[in-house]
Design a protein around this ligand. Structure first.
Ligand code: PXP
Length: 260
């Protein structure tokens, strides 16, 4: 274990949370800050351990082809020290799989990736990419890794995810989250509800995420089939102001209020 991490590792994971909705905390932005100076601080692994001690049920990181934030070393250390499941987002490319499979995270979430984007744009088109995805899903699963496909809340995409034998879909909440404050979210929420219901009927586990924050999380958290939310930007942004543990606790409270 890298020196300096022992202190954080000694933080104990919280007791099992009664909430039947899990929170996966994405710590990519902590690595973005570290990479801004190319040094060692802040340490994304320490952030992950703090989030875990505050009650996060999982930690998510995205290893991008350009390594703009999370590095290969982060994956290895996270896998070594976390008590909660590690979910690694990556492209379905041979290079990404070569970096991720040996680490054996609990989950891999396959996402679309382009160099120009600031963050993941839209879900993976699993219908268009079915031929390429089939062997990738099989390879990951035969390595003992659960596979989640990040898809838009579109019924045909969910059906194809089931056909590809993924373990889960992560429904992209980006379009819902990007709605202007004064607009009616019912159409987007309806798409998320319908997609979640279908995924569950098809025996897929249902996760959701992208752009969720304290203001917009409740209606998504209230969708009963969704078992985990993956949240990064708003949590790390809030953590800069109030600390990561408090930011995680606030989000867990907001989720719990929506899912009594
Ligand atoms: N889910 C996926 C698949 C993502 O790519 C991201 C962003 O890395 C998230 C969830 C979290 O989104 P946000 O940072 O907007 O909370």
């Amino acid at each position: 274990m890298p020196t300096g991490l022992q202190h954080w590792v000694s933080y104990k994971a919280s007791p099992e949370c009664a909430l039947n909705l899990r929170l996966g905390v994405n710590v990519d932005h902590v690595a973005t800050l570290r990479q801004a100076r190319g040094g060692h601080e802040p340490e994304p692994v320490a952030a992950a351990l703090l989030a875990q001690s505050a009650g996060a049920h999982g930690i998510t990181v995205h290893i991008r082809g350009d390594r703009r934030h999370i590095q290969d070393r982060d994956l290895r250390v996270l896998k070594e020290v976390l008590a909660v499941p590690l979910n690694v987002e990556c492209a379905a490319s041979p290079e990404a799989l070569e970096a991720v499979i040996p680490v054996k995270p609990s989950w891999v979430t396959l996402v679309p990736e382009s160099r120009e984007e600031l963050t993941t744009q839209g879900g993976l088109d699993v219908i268009f990419l079915q031929g390429m995805l089939k062997p990738v899903v099989r390879e990951l699963r035969s390595a003992g890794i659960h596979v989640s496909l990040f898809v838009d809340p579109v019924l045909d995409q969910v059906k194809m995810a089931a056909k590809l034998e993924a373990d889960a879909v992560e429904l992209n909440t980006g379009t819902y989250s990007d709605l202007p404050m004064d607009s009616d979210p019912s159409l987007e929420l309806g798409r998320l509800r319908d997609a979640a219901r279908l995924a569950s009927r098809l025996d897929l586990r249902v996760l959701a995420g992208h752009g969720l924050n304290l203001q917009n999380v409740a209606p998504v958290a209230a969708i009963p089939e969704i078992e985990e939310l993956n949240i990064g930007h708003s949590l790390i942004g809030r953590a800069v102001l109030v600390g990561l543990e408090r930011a995680v606790e606030e989000m867990l409270t907001a989720m719990g209020e929506a899912r009594p």
